[in-house]
Design a protein around this ligand. Structure first.
Ligand SMILES: *Cc1c(COP(=O)(O)O)cnc(C)c1O
Length: 457
């Protein structure tokens, strides 16, 4: 097979700044060894997140100029609405400024103390918005999804038996709806199969529960279904997306992912009363229902992005570029979550640095070294992010996994950028015996990873 090339040419470029290794060591020290505190100007390749970091197309930029900024009834809203309806089939489309704003609205209305929301794995803002109302967010991931070294096609699937047991245990009247996150971001960007969506739907029907999709990466999920699930190889991506959403009653979406824009989101629903309540809250917190916290130009760019993300050449390039980086790391012996998911490669820091204990943050050590060695910014997803201290004994409780995420922004980097990233990762891996652990010298009471400061041991 020939090389899978970037399915676009470059019309506008943004130079990246080169620094020396000595400069980077100083920059990192000044930032308290926390890459969140580095100025992005000082980063060569930024793999901190795939959220809101997409490159927009010339047509999206044309849409930015063409956006209709009318307060009410903007033509850009109607274009946005018809595109979202075409993909989801949902009846009521509510724009929001990003994914968590859609979550805030739907969970404020349906959540509250005594309520439970099952999901394959809740994303952190989803969990936070549920818990903020006093309700409980419950993860029911399939067993295979919990084993980073085991390969399977659909490691994002929900454990359907566990879902039924859970409904029986807490009672259907205490579950406002069931959720499925496609792809499963917190579980490594692993896809959910159509069969699993159908099976979850069946359980929902049995107990008369609505099903919602957390749809941030719906198109990447659809591409995995096309490639891996029997019966879908000849269907178009749009057809697969439409089938996925056809089993759902609503969706929350961060357009900063698969809508290929820098800001935006939506909530889509079939229930008219619920939609009315959501719109009323939207008016208080986000804005009038035909703009919902966005400018008309943003809605225009989302509509165009949703069209472009369905292009199979784009998705082939997208998924392949992640897989390609994964292969290069595996060939060099670097342990990663297998197989790579749709938007990121996750390095397994426990196997990478077996000599550094979780309380000395092996993931942070790799993140720091990637920056010093090659100016690459990644993020630790391990005990810095999720580790805790026992309230009584003060004993350290580590995270379930120690990971380093290399998230790939959409349409931003070329194959040679990715080759460079792999070279730097291998260099760090080959020098792993020299890496040291870290200790935290400052932490905020909540979400400490954003602002913590470290000291090398
Ligand atoms: C990013 C994300 C969200 C939240 O969206 P924001 O636009 O960042 O508010 C919710 N769920 C998943 C799965 C996500 O990846």
């Amino acid at each position: 097979m020939k090389t899978i090339i970037e399915p676009f040419k470059i019309k506008s470029i943004e130079p990246i700044k080169f620094t020396t290794k000595e400069e980077r060591a100083k920059i990192l020290e000044d930032a308290g060894y926390n890459p969140f505190l580095i100025h992005s100007d000082d980063v060569l390749i930024d793999l901190l997140t795939d959220s809101g970091t997409s490159a927009m197309s010339s047509k999206q930029w044309a849409g930015i100029m063409d956006g209709d900024e009318a307060y009410a009834g903007s033509k850009s809203f109607y274009r946005f609405e018809s595109m979202v309806k075409k993909i989801t089939g949902h009846k009521f489309i509510i724009p929001t400024h990003q994914g968590r704003a859609a979550e805030k609205i739907i969970f404020s209305i349906t959540g509250g103390p005594g309520k439970f929301f099952p999901n394959n794995t809740h994303f952190d803002t989803t969990r936070a918005n549920i818990e903020f109302t006093g309700a409980e967010a419950v993860d029911l991931l399939n067993e295979i999804g919990k084993h980073p070294e085991q390969r399977a096609d659909f490691k994002g699937n929900m454990d359907v038996d566990a879902l039924e047991d859970f409904i029986k245990k807490v009672g259907r009247e205490n579950i406002p709806f069931v959720m499925l996150t496609v792809t499963n971001n917190s579980g490594g960007g692993q896809p959910v199969s159509m069969q699993n969506i159908k099976d979850v739907r069946k359980i929902c029907d049995r107990y008369e529960l609505p099903l919602f999709l957390d749809a941030c990466r719906f198109a990447e999920n659809a591409y995995f279904i096309k490639k891996r699930e029997k019966g879908y190889e000849n269907k178009s991506i749009l057809e697969i997306c439409q089938e996925m959403f056809s089993y759902s009653d609503g969706a929350t979406m961060s357009a900063k992912k698969d809508a290929l824009v820098n800001i935006g989101g939506f909530l889509s629903l079939n229930d008219e009363t619920l939609a009315m309540n959501c719109r009323n809250l939207l008016i208080v917190t986000e804005g009038f229902p035909t703009y919902g916290g966005l400018a008309g130009r943003d809605l225009e760019a989302v509509a165009q992005g949703l069209d472009e993300v369905l292009d199979e050449h784009y998705l082939q390039y997208r998924i392949r570029s992640i897989e390609y980086l994964g292969e290069k790391l595996l060939n060099g012996g670097v342990p990663i979550i297998e197989p790579p998911g749709g938007h990121a490669v996750y390095i397994d820091a426990k196997r990478f640095l077996p000599n550094i204990k979780p309380e000395q943050y092996p993931g942070q050590s790799i993140v720091c070294e990637l920056y010093i060695e090659g100016g690459i910014r990644a993020v630790e997803i391990g005990s810095v992010m999720f580790g805790k201290k026992d309230k009584k004994t003060g004993k350290f409780i580590p995270a379930m996994m120690e990971l380093v995420r290399l998230a790939i922004p959409r349409r931003v980097y070329t194959q040679s950028h990715i080759d460079y990233v792999a070279e730097v990762c291998l260099e760090v891996y080959n020098n792993r015996k020299k890496l040291k652990g870290y200790e935290i010298i400052y932490e905020a009471p909540m979400l400490r990873h954003f602002t913590a400061r470290f000291k090398p041991l």
